[in-house]
Ligand binder design. Structure first.
Ligand code: C2E
Ligand code: MG
Ligand code: MG
Ligand code: MG
Length: 282
């Protein structure tokens, strides 16, 4: 009886694994048609000055609406795209769509905020020549690199290859800021921060969500904020969901924040409306 149960459970796990592999395979195949099929959309999540409530930046987050599979999360399809190499084309699409959007918002008279794009380590590992195309696109749109910020992950700093270093320099040479994403979850070490001149650091939401009076997570956030201040790096707290978390982070000296408390990632039109509302209400 117990044995039978065990066997059933194994069968269950095996079929769950098979299903997952099938879905992964399907995603890998279908991703190739996503750009041509106009299935990608960028959503925008505001980054707020916690002192004034002003929207100072936004993060562009990719959404994939598949005609049959429905909305697929980037947490699911980005790792697949990294494996198949499709991430290169996707990264280019994201960059160009962000420039198109900034140009449209500028024309509509919205405040000229800076937009952050996530860039995968896989994109950084290819030749730095890709960034020539970025410079060309910026010039075509008549935009300064100062309107863009690239979010990178800690793994890149550890890797520290010449190609990666070269790309950091090229990006910053164009005026594009670097923001260290998900800080605290990877190899995050002070030594790496010293080697690279990153402009922003985003405290991972895993820590932010544990922030309450007297908690270890609050102590960690405080330490990160003090350290960053001394290194001249601006801190953004990611994933703020409650007023309490917000208040404690402000007291700890954190100036910028992002999270569901302010807004979820929004489609471009809804984001523009949010930005207009925030501009009016101060
Ligand atoms: P990330 O760059 O760390 O983005 C922040 C994630 O946290 C987003 O998830 C966002 O929706 C979510 N988030 C923001 N505030 C809150 C909050 O208050 N509570 C909770 N529970 N979550 C919050 P999303 O959009 O699902 O993206 C997941 C990850 O996928 C991103 O993490 C990023 O690593 C990757 N990604 C998204 N778009 C792109 C892209 O265009 N290119 C690349 N290479 N990666 C992307
Ligand atoms: Mg990010
Ligand atoms: Mg993050
Ligand atoms: Mg993340």
């Amino acid at each position: 009886e117990a044995k039978g149960l065990g066997r059933n459970r194994c069968r269950f796990f095996r079929s769950a694994l098979q299903e997952e592999a099938t879905r992964r395979g399907r995603i890998a195949n279908e991703l190739r048609g996503a750009i041509a099929g106009d299935q990608f959309r960028l959503f925008y999540q505001p980054i707020i000055d916690l002192g004034t409530g002003e929207v100072v930046k936004a993060e562009a987050l990719l959404r994939w609406q598949h005609p049959q599979m429905g909305l697929v999360s980037p947490a699911e399809f980005i790792p697949v795209a990294e494996q198949t190499g499709e991430i290169i084309a996707i990264g280019q699409w994201v960059f160009e769509d962000v420039l198109r959007q900034i140009t449209a918002w500028d024309a509509a008279g919205l405040p000229p905020i800076r937009i952050g794009v996530n860039r995968s380590p896989v994109e950084f590992r290819q030749s730095a020549d890709v960034l020539d195309a970025w410079a060309e696109r910026l010039a075509e749109h008549g935009l300064s690199g100062r309107r863009i910020l690239v979010e990178i992950t800690e793994g890149l700093l550890v890797e520290l290859s010449d190609t990666v270093r070269d790309q950091f320099e090229r990006l910053q040479g164009m005026g594009i800021a670097l923001s260290l994403d998900d800080f605290g979850t990877g190899y995050s070490s002070l030594a790496y921060l010293r080697k690279f001149d990153v402009d922003f650091l985003k405290i991972d939401r895993a820590f932010v969500q544990g922030v309450e009076r007297g908690s270890d997570d609050l102590a960690l956030c405080e330490a990160i904020i003090v350290m960053a201040q001394k290194l001249g790096i601006e801190v953004v707290a990611e994933g703020i969901e409650t007023e309490d978390q917000c208040a404690l982070l402000v007291t700890a000296g954190c100036r910028l924040g992002q999270g569901f408390l302010f807004s979820r990632p929004l489609p471009a039109d809804a984001f523009a409306a949010y930005l207009r509302g925030a501009a009016q209400h101060g």
